[in-house]
Design a binder for this molecule. Structure first.
Ligand code: NDP
Ligand code: 2IT
Length: 452
């Protein structure tokens, strides 16, 4: 058995019942095969075995009281995976499906993603099985306070810097920082990113993941002489990433015809633009409603209980580009085949691991431009890194300054991924390129530190 296969088998054996973590490790390590022969020093120092083992996992109880005085108990966690390149960095996810397997897959991916950004950040992820849906502001506040009452002792601007992910946005970051500040008596804005501008955040951070994914996809399209102008685009989800993905595509002259949430999918053949996009922003960020209300308001099609990819497959909807922006494993092999059959030439991942391994193979076999999540959605954490820089400087940059830096970072991730793919014998393959480019920097740093 090859070294890589042995490491994958060991991970499955040592981490039972964590299929998402197994999937992420298999996807990354398989593509690192070309590095094994070229780097005997990595093999000797057992870098491959060490990188799949988190530095530490912190798991804790989060008790809180609802508005009626009932007590609830959730599980909180922070998995600090690797700090070879900088302080641990990565988001917090609040969603009922959260357990160790999800947080470990996300933390593991984050190591390589953060390395790709070119900024000095390690990899981590955290969260809770708390479901913010249907909770009042006061309940969310009490939950966030309780979560931070334990987490505060493990994080810090030079130690571990959490941010948002599914179910964690500006509101939650505010409550979390409020409690951190109270407990430590320090205004350490640098302990969390995704803050509002007024209290130490960076302009363009809310937009960054969506904008960054569109910038990355535009770079991929350019390799075939294409642009977003006139393209029909499929977007899934309707949260932070989806919202700003749609805004940027509209700015570039494309048309987004789908949005979704966990209840169903909207198809709007005229495009989610102008007042319709404004309505979506208000619906999701202020009213915290469902996309179904968009379909009712504008008299467009709604498919209850279906994902965007089910609808595309069943209705045979034609499109040019797909930007999945909801959650992991939303696109399976059959969905991917339907995308190819319906004309999609580019899939760029706003969500983390939205495509199964089967789906990825179908993209690659059909010469679809495939932007893997850790490259394509790295703009979010990249601007988090820029937020940390601004906090250290005690200065705030303009929108243009941050947006230009984000654009340059996405271009460099694209260029570095292609260069690594070429150097390791997989020309044009962004999956190999992104994983190898991200890995090399971390592996070299780990080597430099010795056996720690
Ligand atoms: P939000 O909570 O703002 O939005 C999530 C969206 O995805 C919602 O529309 C939600 O619907 C939908 N969704 C979530 N879980 C499921 C599910 N199990 N099935 C169907 N739909 C689902 O999160 P973000 O937009 O921040 O995150 C979206 C994706 O992007 C995630 O994969 C995240 O890891 C990734 N990402 C986020 C970054 C960021 O900066 N925020 C950075 C890089 C990646 P509903 O409201 O019904 O739950
Ligand atoms: O998956 C991700 O990269 C994020 N949720 C953003 C992490 C961050 O620290 O900004």
């Amino acid at each position: 058995m090859s070294l890589i296969k042995e490491v994958i088998a060991k991970v499955k054996e040592k981490n039972p019942a964590q299929p998402e973590f197994h999937q992420a490790v298999e996807e990354v390590l398989t593509t690192l095969e070309p590095t094994v022969d070229k780097h005997p020093e990595f093999v000797k120092a057992k870098i491959y075995e060490r990188i799949v083992e988190p530095d530490r996992q912190i798991i804790f109880r989060v008790p809180w009281e609802d508005d009626e005085g009932n007590v609830h108990v959730n599980r909180g966690m922070r998995i600090e995976f690797n700090n070879a390149l900088g302080p641990y960095k990565g988001g917090l996810r609040f969603h009922p499906t959260v357990y160790e397997g999800i947080i470990k897959f996300l933390g593991f991916e984050q190591i390589f993603k953060n390395s790709l950004t070119t900024l000095p950040m390690g990899g981590a992820k955290g969260g809770s099985d708390f479901d913010p849906k249907g909770k009042s502001d006061a309940e969310v506040m009490r939950f966030c306070y309780s979560f931070m009452r334990e987490l505060f002792r493990h994080v810090g601007p030079n130690t571990d810097v959490p941010a948002g992910d599914i179910g964690v946005g500006g509101r939650e970051i505010g409550y979390l920082l409020g409690m951190y500040k109270k407990l430590t008596n320090e205004h350490s804005g640098g302990v969390l990113t995704g803050k509002a501008y007024e209290w130490g955040g960076s302009l363009i951070r809310p937009e960054a993941t969506g904008y960054g994914n569109v910038y990355f996809a535009a770079e991929m399209l350019a390799t075939r002489g294409e642009t977003f102008s006139g393209k029909t685009v499929l977007v899934s989800g309707s949260g932070n990433v989806a919202q700003y993905t749609i805004q940027k595509i509209n700015q570039l002259g494309g048309k987004v015809i789908t949005i979704s949430d966990s209840s169903g999918t909207v198809v709007d053949m005229d495009g989610v633009k102008g007042e319709k996009w404004d309505f979506l922003m208000e619906l999701k960020n202020v009213k915290r409603g469902r996309v179904k209300e968009y379909a009712e308001k504008f008299g467009v099609d709604y498919y209850d209980g279906k994902s965007v990819w089910d609808v595309v497959k069943e209705q045979g909807i034609k499109a040019d580009v797909a930007l999945p922006s909801a959650t992991q494993n939303e696109i399976n092999g059959e969905h991917a085949q339907a995308l190819v059959n319906n004309g999609v030439i580019c899939v760029s991942e706003g969500a983390n691991m939205p495509s199964t391994l089967d789906a990825i193979n179908i993209y690659l076999e059909n010469n679809v431009l495939y932007g893997p999540a850790k490259a394509a959605n790295a703009g979010g954490v990249a601007v988090s890194g820029l937020e940390m820089s601004q906090n250290s400087l005690r200065l705030q940059w303009t929108r243009e300054e941050v947006d230009n830096k984000l654009h340059e970072i996405m271009k460099s991730i694209h260029k570095n991924s292609l260069a690594a793919a070429e150097a390791y014998g997989k020309p044009g393959n962004y999956l190999y390129g992104a994983n190898i480019a991200g890995f090399l920097k971390v592996a070299k740093a780990m080597l430099a530190y010795g056996i720690v």
